[in-house]
Design a protein around this ligand. Structure first.
Ligand SMILES: [Cu+2]
Length: 125
């Protein structure tokens, strides 16, 4: 094996490791909810092949208002569920749907489509 072959192999290996790290371990961007005049913590979430943003940070004990807008017709994402807060909503394509609840416990809680293929996380502080 020549030196250049070894370099190519090591380079490919490093790239593979980087891609794996990026997809599985890189810290995801968090979105902190903005507090409106009414005191609710508001975040607009776009649904298209996933949730954007998908990591939402809110404060405990303050109402949370999440407005979902679904920009796709795939049946997969037509419903969003927050199992830890007994919340769910149907998301008709192109319509804004608001979910409002007050998180009474701190922690990290997932939200998802009905099959669990699209996932997001609500972090309550
Ligand atoms: Cu789904």
């Amino acid at each position: 094996m020549t030196t250049s072959q070894i370099i190519v192999i090591l380079g490919g290996l490093a790239l593979t490791i980087f891609i794996a790290w990026y997809f599985w371990f890189a810290p995801k961007a968090q979105t902190r909810a903005a507090v409106s005049e009414s005191g609710a913590q508001e975040v607009a979430v776009t649904v298209k092949g996933g949730y954007t943003p998908d990591v939402i940070v809110v404060q405990k004990g303050r109402p949370v208002r999440l407005t979902f807008t679904r920009h796709e017709s795939s049946a997969c994402s037509e419903k969003v569920l927050f199992p830890d807060f007994n919340q769910n909503a149907l998301l008709p394509e192109g319509e804004q749907v608001t979910l409002e609840f007050t998180p009474d416990k701190a922690g990290e809680f997932g939200f998802q489509c009905q099959m669990g293929m699209l996932r997001g996380k609500l972090i309550v502080e």
